[in-house]
Design a protein around this ligand. Structure first.
Ligand code: NZQ
Ligand code: ZN
Length: 389
């Protein structure tokens, strides 16, 4: 087990009607002038935004709306939010939505507290980030885990790069999580979410570090729970218990605890971010489309680890490690396919929700490989370091 530091300060308010407590929470965390950040309108149509605003008014809190965040959120849009928040003199940023609204809210909070720097400079590490504004969350989609994570992921259109900023200043002060709010998510977003939740643990699980028994057991149980409840939710996304399990797992899978003592790998996320930046592929789809090929390529670096995954998560009974490892990978890919998710790059070339990519010629693939390795100057992952080739 490697040394680790874990910091999970986010207060969780979980369950039915918890959004009614938003005003009280904002007040408790020092907010009196709130910028509310949301997406393309789902929270307006569902009436959630109005209900949340009513709780602010009841506490005498003033607010301004900043809607229109796009999935795969843009840095330029967040920069506009910074200007808006400064001119409104906001003292707390409240995200109402999924990962994209939350990540934009986090970026706005950094920008307001550090007006001498642009978000691009902050993301490029040009200033040492030492302060931010408090961020609160009303979550509407179980997926990214941003409601507890130390990360915010934005696409910089100028450079074409989608990149996460990791800092404990990204941890929200509170997250309100009512599973009923997720009943209305489009099926494709539900399944993208299931993949993303699994992938936050999988991208931590395959590490060269040995002897992380507690962390492994947390990870393996979380994965089994997501797989089981994902199946139920896929059939009926108004099943309160299944949607609750997914929602809580989304937070636990990305607040850090499923990888403590290991190395931070995130290779598949890095591959996926290139597809999302270049083609606006939904985050979860970018991961399911790459995981199987990644796993088959990397497996031989540590077959016993993949065999452990197969046995503990998928109850594979093969005694030979390599056979077990292959069976575990196949079961995972079959599971993603059963959720109607893309499981290879050609799947992304199909028309429809998934098909935003066009033909991935060899030339295009080399261009993406160039980007993810910064022109072959960087390797990704430590379990099986990968260069451009
Ligand atoms: O924009 P609106 O109209 O709200 O619609 C959204 C959006 O179209 C819709 N939606 C959300 N909740 C809904 C709903 N529709 C109906 N009813 C509801 N209750 O779903 C669509 C997707 O929303 P988005 O916020 O983009 O989804 P998600 O939560 O999956 O977030 C994805 C983003 O998070 C980043 C991803 O890269 C991606 O940009 N990630 C952030 C992480 C972090 N900060 O720690 C970690 C992740 O690995 C990930 O990279
Ligand atoms: Zn993710």
């Amino acid at each position: 087990m490697k040394n680790f530091r874990q910091y999970t300060p986010t207060e969780i308010l979980f369950g039915k009607d918890t959004e009614d407590l938003t005003g009280e929470e904002v007040r408790k965390w020092g907010g009196s002038r709130v910028l509310i950040v949301f997406g393309g309108g789902s929270v307006v149509r569902s009436g959630l935004l109005k209900r949340v605003e009513d709780t602010l008014v009841a506490e005498g809190i003033v607010y301004e709306e900043f809607g229109g965040v796009h999935p795969n959120p843009l840095m330029s849009f967040a920069q506009k939010g910074v200007e808006e928040a400064i001119s409104f003199d906001a003292d707390l940023i409240l995200a109402v939505g999924g990962g994209s609204a939350i990540d934009t809210a986090k970026a706005i909070a950094h920008g307001v507290a550090n007006p001498e720097a642009t978000l691009e400079e902050i993301w490029d590490g040009k200033i040492a980030l030492k302060k931010s504004l408090p961020v609160g969350v009303v979550l509407t989609l179980a997926a990214a885990g941003s409601e507890m994570s130390n990360s915010s992921v934005l696409t910089n259109e100028r450079t074409g790069k989608k990149k996460g900023l990791g800092t404990d200043l990204n941890r929200p002060r509170f997250a309100i999580m009512n599973p009923e709010l997720t009943y209305t998510i489009p099926k494709y977003q539900l399944t993208c979410g299931i993949v993303d939740i699994m992938m936050h643990t999988l991208d931590r699980y395959f590490t060269p570090v040995e002897g992380n028994q507690m962390t492994d057991r947390i990870a393996e149980n979380l994965l089994q729970n997501v797989i089981e409840n994902g199946r139920i939710a896929f059939k009926d996304q108004t099943d309160y218990d299944a949607m609750s399990e997914l929602m809580w797992c989304s937070s636990l899978s990305h607040n850090g605890i499923t990888g403590l003592g290991g190395t931070r790998e995130f290779a598949v996320h890095k591959l996926g971010h290139e597809l999302s930046a270049a083609y606006d592929v939904a985050h979860g789809a970018s991961l399911s489309a790459t995981w199987g090929a990644w796993a088959k390529y990397v497996m031989m670096a540590k077959p016993e680890r993949f065999a452990q995954y197969a046995r503990k998560v998928w109850n594979v009974e093969e005694t030979d490690d390599i056979d077990a490892a292959i069976a575990g990978i196949e079961k995972t890919v079959e599971y993603f396919a059963s959720l109607d998710m893309p499981v290879c790059l050609p799947d992304l070339e199909q028309p429809g929700d998934k098909g935003k990519v066009g033909v991935l010629s060899e030339e295009v693939l080399y261009e993406l490989a160039d980007r993810v390795t910064a022109g072959d100057t960087m390797k990704i992952s430590t379990l099986q370091p990968m260069n451009r080739e």
